[in-house]
Design a binder for this molecule. Structure first.
Ligand code: SAM
Length: 218
């Protein structure tokens, strides 16, 4: 089976299990080959619905989780998105297809070597509307705020004030919130200056958010 066929088979499996519903998100995933974003040693597993190690104790998220978080975030053409936790760059690349050339994705990664590799991966995938920033995203990224959408792809102990302050009116924030071991996926919408919970689902396990507002921040 070629890589294109493997990708198609994964997409069809996610659809049949109800994990991929939006045609726009399906098209964005189809246009973003996951094998470019995984280390060579686990390339053969790139199209399995599983997280994979990307080094430094971190992972590229499971495709069906990326699909769901992207659907909940619902990126639109021309939007400005902040991602906290670049990892391999795959989620950012999927988002970049949805915001299009008129939009931009800022993605923050705390581990320098991963940020460098993600930049390489994005270049190889032909993505030019993602900016990778090295640093601590636990307090968001004030510099380019406010954002239409914010997505955190590491387990966070809470929704941090800075994230809420950096979200536009009508904007959406998606993040796994809970303990280091287990999180709820939540989606919040900014309405009249306050956030309202619009979706939540139990049973997620992400690598932990580090930094000033992360776990063990003292
Ligand atoms: N979105 C990624 C992808 O598509 O490959 C997967 C992200 S991985 C599950 C979580 C990432 O969050 C890790 O790369 C980790 O280093 C990063 N991270 C943890 N704490 C962070 C922080 N405070 N600021 C920025 N990145 C952080």
């Amino acid at each position: 089976m070629g890589r294109g066929e493997e990708s198609e088979s994964l997409i069809q499996k996610m659809k049949s299990k109800g994990n991929l519903k939006s045609f726009r998100v399906e098209e964005a995933i189809r246009a973003t080959p996951r094998h470019i974003f995984v280390p060579e040693e686990c390339s053969e597993y790139a199209y399995r619905d599983t997280p994979l190690s990307i080094g430094s104790g971190q992972t590229i998220s499971q495709p069906s989780v990326v699909a769901k978080m992207t659907e909940w975030l619902d990126p639109q053409e021309g939007e400005k998105i902040l991602e906290i936790g670049t990892g391999s760059g795959w989620q950012a690349a999927v988002l970049s297809r949805l915001v299009g050339q008129g939009g931009v994705v800022y993605t923050v990664e705390t581990i320098e070597s991963l940020a460098d590799k993600a930049m390489e991966n994005l270049l190889l995938a032909g993505v030019n509307n993602v900016e990778v920033i090295k640093g601590d995203g636990s307090t968001g990224l004030f510099e380019h705020s406010p954002y239409d959408k914010i997505i955190c792809t590491a387990a966070s102990p809470g929704i941090h004030n800075e994230w809420v302050q950096q979200l536009k009116e009508g904007g959406v924030l998606v993040a796994p919130i809970g303990s280091k071991q287990l999180q709820n996926m939540v989606a919040l919408k900014m309405e009249k200056g306050k956030t309202r919970l619009i979706k939540h689902e139990r049973g997620y396990r992400f690598v932990e958010l580090k930094g000033e507002r992360g776990f063990d921040s003292g």
